[in-house]
Each structure stands twice: as C-alpha cells, then as structure tokens.
Design a protein. Structure first.
Length: 151
C-alpha cells in the first residue's frame, strides 16, 4: 500500500471525523476536528492513499511543549507502517518547532500503541487511574524528551 504523509487541511475534516468515530469510544466532533486543523499551533498530519485519508495524528504545541491528542489508522490499513510514519512526522515537526518534549495518554490495555510509542523512545511517566470511559480504563502517560543539541 502506497501512502503519503502530509499536513491536514480543512477538506480532510470529514474523513478524519469518520475515522475518529470508528476508532474511539468518545470521538471528537467534526466541528472540533475542523477547529483543531485550523489552529496555528496544531501539528496535524494525515496519511493519504489513493486519494483517501487512511490515518491521522494530531497534537498541539503549547509554549514549546507538544501534547498529542489522537492517532488513528483505518482498520483496513493497519500493520503497514502508517502509524509509525505519522509518529515520525509528528516528532520531526515538534523538534523543528523547538518543543522540549512530546507527551500523550494511551489506554493501558492498548498494547500495540504502547509498543509503538516505546519504539520511538517514549518513557512511561505515570498512570492516570480511571481516565477513560466506555470502557473505564487507566491511561498511561508517555513522554519523549528532545535533546536540544540534536538536529
């Protein structure tokens, strides 16, 4: 499967919202996603294949700290390196903006996602008890600190 990673644009919001609804128990609305894509401090990337969005990652640069919101890949497109490519784009963008770190929460039971983040060098920083609903689950907080001397 060939795919391209690119910055999200307003026209991507409906496809991202549909994927969000398919992947998460408490999805963001179309309006929230459209708003996020339009923010100046957003780091929002999509994976596109055959003209269709097949994955996305969103984060915000807040005063030099990067907070990841969501990462999702369409179920039919998983296990093809798309999530890793999206994470690579996000970490490179956060570094290039001068962020000190990138942090995120992930369901404790989402072992594939946790493995992906650990592969990228994220460290478990803590656990938020009963953070998620539907079903109720702990959140693992992962953080990747950037070396300021690294290009």
């Amino acid at each position: 499967m060939d795919y391209l990673i690119r910055k999200a644009v307003a026209a991507d919001a409906p496809a991202v919202a549909a994927m969000e609804a398919a992947c998460f128990s408490a999805p963001w609305s179309l309006a929230q996603i459209a708003d996020e894509i339009g923010k100046g401090n957003a780091l929002f990337f999509v994976a596109e294949s055959g003209g269709a969005v097949c994955g996305y990652v969103s984060a915000e640069d807040i005063c030099g700290e990067c907070y990841m919101n969501n990462l999702a890949v369409a179920s039919a497109c998983r296990r093809r390196g798309i999530a890793a490519a999206l994470m690579r784009s996000l970490t490179e963008a956060a570094k290039s903006r001068g962020c000190e770190f990138l942090t995120l929460e992930v369901r404790e039971g989402n072992v594939p996602a946790r493995n992906l983040y650990e592969t990228f060098g994220f460290s478990l920083a803590g656990v938020r008890k009963h953070f998620y609903d539907a079903p109720k689950e702990n959140a693992c907080i992962y953080t990747l600190y950037f070396d300021k001397d690294e290009p």
